[in-house]
Write a protein that binds this ligand. Structure first.
Ligand SMILES: Cc1cc2nc3c(=O)[nH]c(=O)nc-3n(C[C@H](O)[C@H](O)[C@H](O)COP(=O)(O)OP(=O)(O)OC[C@H]3O[C@@H](n4cnc5c(N)ncnc54)[C@H](O)[C@@H]3O)c2cc1C
Length: 385
């Protein structure tokens, strides 16, 4: 089917592009959608791919449940302990305070990706006009003919071929799986060190195998990547302390460069940008994919409002109107999530004495002012609505 007969072309078969296609088709199975996917057709080729642990909010779980795309392997977070290495100030958030079953969930990137592919395959069976096209890296899309183009090409900071607004925090994240002696089940730890946040998060592998996200300068992170296991574990123990006993094993170390890159305008004519293609965030607050899924869900709603109408009504003006409407409806959530993440990334990576003191006070205030803590936790769980 040529792209000139297409209503919607989605470029990018990552979690956000897949979710957007699935929600559009679930709401309107007749939709003429093409999904361009650079990933291989066969799931087996993705099984060894990106295993980093991603924190998904309860709000994202509710959204993914609507298309049966919640991965079977995940770990729930019941408590989050936040502290500063060698300084005063700590806060503890619990699911009881928030009156939720869980504060969040940790899932491997590849499991989210595979669960969404599986969910879309099921929806595809009842979507006669849906085309899922697997393409090569050098494929030049002839996209200009589709009535509406959704950019979901995603990408990581510094690998994106567009740079608009943002900030380079001069940080990298080293991720991996770490085995410890004595973890508290379902507890996540976020510790602010001199170089940046160090998070130790539950995993579905069992209570003592945890996901590590250790942010630091690119040079130190590179150095840590090259240390042998014993040296690495000693260095980690030194930074984290002994709250969960000894660090025993490390596996699957990977490095990611971090920064903020976001578009000021997320729509132009008949084009729209969602997920990491619209904004790439520092993982300090674990918000990138959560925000991207909310983008995909709301965009699907707006697109279906237009394309479920008779063909004569698919004018450029109507499409532009729907996209502008979408951009407007995402403004508050997007601004708040980018702003909060940028604020946290800057405050929690600064070593200036006044900032360190203010950070300690802020953590203590968070602990002793339950309404502030609840408001912050709710923003992180559900976004701004
Ligand atoms: C270390 C780290 C930790 C993170 N932790 C969290 C967390 O705890 N919680 C959270 O919510 N977020 C987290 N994130 C962010 C999260 O990974 C991203 O926000 C999310 O992956 C964005 O999904 P996406 O589909 O927009 O992009 P991607 O995941 O980048 O997927 C885009 C897909 O599009 C494909 N593609 C690219 N170009 C084209 C093209 N021209 N045509 C077709 N296909 C194309 C790519 O191959 C890829 O498969 C973290 C990020 C990092 C780096």
């Amino acid at each position: 089917m040529s792209s000139s007969h297409r209503d919607i072309l989605i470029q990018g078969g990552g979690p956000v592009g897949l979710a957007c296609a699935a929600w559009c088709l679930q709401k309107y199975p007749e939709a003429k959608i093409t999904l361009l996917d650079r990933n291989p057709l066969d799931d087996a080729d993705l099984a060894a791919a990106d295993s980093r642990g991603i924190a998904l909010s309860h709000g994202s779980k509710i959204l993914l449940d609507t298309i049966h795309a919640w991965p079977s392997e995940c770990a729930d977070i019941h408590r989050v302990h936040v502290s500063q290495a060698g300084r005063f100030g700590r806060a503890l958030m619990t699911r009881e305070e928030l009156q939720q079953d869980a504060l969040g969930h940790i899932v491997r990137y590849r499991d989210i990706h595979l669960a969404l592919r599986q969910a879309l395959r099921v929806i595809q069976k009842t979507s006669p006009n849906f085309v899922w096209q697997h393409i090569q890296d050098d494929h030049e899309p002839s996209s200009n003919n589709a009535k509406c183009i959704v950019h979901a090409e995603g990408g990581l900071f510094k690998t994106q071929d567009w740079v608009e607004s943002g900030r380079d925090y001069g940080q990298s994240a080293l991720v991996g799986l770490v085995e410890v002696e004595n973890a508290a089940p379902h507890q996540a730890w976020e510790r602010f060190t001199a170089e940046g946040p160090l998070a130790v998060l539950p995993s579905h592998y069992g209570p003592n195998i945890l996901n590590l996200v250790w942010c630091g300068s690119p040079e130190s992170s590179q150095h840590r990547l090259q240390l042998n296991d014993a040296e690495f574990l000693a260095s980690l123990q030194n930074e984290f302390g002994s709250r969960i006993g000894r660090f025993l094993k490390i596996s699957d170390r990977r490095l990611y460069e971090l920064g903020l890159n976001y578009r000021k305008q997320i729509t132009k004519d008949n084009e729209v940008w969602i997920g990491n293609a619209a904004q790439t965030l520092h993982p300090v607050a674990g918000q990138g994919l959560n925000l991207g899924l909310r983008d995909a869900y709301l965009l699907a709603e707006k697109l279906v409002e237009v394309f479920a109408r008779p063909t004569e009504e698919h004018s450029l003006v109507n499409i532009q109107h729907a996209l502008e409407n979408y951009a407007q409806s995402r403004k508050v959530d997007r601004t708040a999530t980018i702003g909060l993440t940028d604020f946290m990334a800057r405050v929690f990576t600064s070593n200036l004495t006044p900032v360190v003191l203010a950070r300690g006070l802020a953590l203590s205030a968070l602990q002793w002012l339950p309404p502030v803590k609840t408001a912050l936790a709710r923003q992180m769980m559900f976004g701004r609505r």
